[in-house]
Ligand binder design. Sequence first.
Ligand code: TMP
Ligand code: ZN
Length: 408
Amino acid sequence: MSTKPPCRLCGHALEEFVSFGQQPTANAFLEPSDFDSESFCRLAVGICGACAMVQLIDEVPNEQMFHKEYPFRTSGSAGARAHFEQTAQWLLDTKLTDDRSFVIEIGANDGAMLGFVQKAGVRHLGIEPCGDLADICESKGIQVLNAYFDESTARRVAEKHGLADVIFSANTVSHISYLDSVFRGAEALLKPDGLLIFEDPYLVDIVAKTSFDLIYDEHLYFFTAGSVRDAVARYGLTLVDVQRISLHGGEVRYIVAREGAHQPTAALSGLLEAERAARVTERGTLERFAARVSERKTALVGLLQDLAAQGKRVAGYGATAKSTTVLNYCGIGPELVSFICDNTPGKQGRFTPGSHIPVRSPEAFANPYPDYALLFAWNHQEEVMANEKAFADAGGKWILYVPEVTIA
Ligand code: TMP
Ligand code: ZN
């Protein structure tokens, strides 16, 4: 008899609703000498029958994903650079307003947000477990601690630097298995009226767009306002506000305070109501999502096979972590997508995890242009298509697979 794995938050059984089989580490871009030693883990998602937190069934150890060669750079897109400049400005204008203000960022990446705080001369600390990224922050003059964030890190930081007005985090809280320790850490590190503010991909958008490629090893949790509200309440914290964000195909920024310190907003009740109306955590909704995932695979592989049969050359655009799920789930290799171009130095010259497609610099895209470009960085569609207007002008066609497989 197989036992169902437990929810990481409440211990109740998880109900699996979609599986992508064995998957390699999503951001582990390879040298050919690594091909034989790749490690794989089953990628499947379930929902907790008690607390409705949607989460991966299995997990890859942190040290295998977040280490000194972690390649993703937040500053790799103009959209993200603009978003984090606006975020820093918003924090500086509304939350970090006196000369004792102190902001902490969990998962500072390359300092895309904290760089602006540092320039404004406001006290800050980035907490970043990936050594290469911590080095980049330091080279920009950003205060940084090379560590994973948990309760013990939080207590260490509180002792050394004092309590924070804001703990900010983007695309990181959903990556951390031990959320209990994160929330206890936030509770220990915030001033009495301090705020924990974090933004992550939104389950409602993933289901609405069937953007199944946001499911990969790093994304352990798929939050909703409802699941975050219930999760933080266990630690003396209250979800008080939410903001919708367009980055990464649709995210929500959650604003969390100590119980009783801030009043919940109308935006929060509005989003909770919309989630109830969308029935996003109901079994039927999630099963229909899984059925659409499978149809998407059939449509995408069918199109690529037709193009290959016609002798068309297809390249990929953006060696995203998302592409690892698409390529491995659909069984797409170099015979269907000859190379993928990407502007990240740490990915160029390497090969995609599991599917072993070469990654080249963006200059390779035009030498010569392929007939079709499969847009793995679909969340940056406007920016990429504007930058690569000459491709379309030369007769090149874009292939999109979110929210449907289409040729543009
Ligand atoms: P993301 O979807 O997780 O933000 O990753 C986007 C990837 O695409 C990242 O590796 C950078 C790359 N990229 C390009 O190569 N060219 C571009 O114009 C953009 C916007 C992104
Ligand atoms: Zn649970």
